[in-house]
Design a protein around this ligand. Sequence first.
Ligand code: DQA
Length: 146
Amino acid sequence: TRILLLNGPNLNMLGVREPSVYGSQTLTELVSDLQDYAAARQLELSHLQSNAEHELVGRIQQSLGQIDFIIINPGAFTHTSIAIRDALLAVAIPFIEVHISNVHAREDFRKQSYLSDIARGVICGLGPQGYRFALDAAVSYVSSNP
Ligand code: DQA
């Protein structure tokens, strides 16, 4: 099973960025833990973090026929990006939207997502563990929808 993990803008600042909201783990640590978790389950996990919308759109487009499932934390693009929504609709690859923080317990503008209604599911507010829950859900989704 080929899984693509996408992290949007400012997630490269994990560990430094508002630790009371996002925790102290860096993105490098988080991704390397997930790689171990994925490897133990015979999953192929690729990762891209980008601060640029066009790079995320490009990577989603390239996933057509190459990737079985996407896990995406779009960062602030969650609340703004019709382009990422359209790319996910274009490739029609099932995906889970992950947020480290509980976006519903923060500013009103974070309650709106351009992705949630087309996602298989949304995980938010559970910290970095949310990514692992998303991996588990991806595995069970892919095994029941071969
Ligand atoms: C976030 C929540 C977004 O509102 C914010 O812009 C982020 C991170 C999260 O993981 O909690 O950059 O996606």
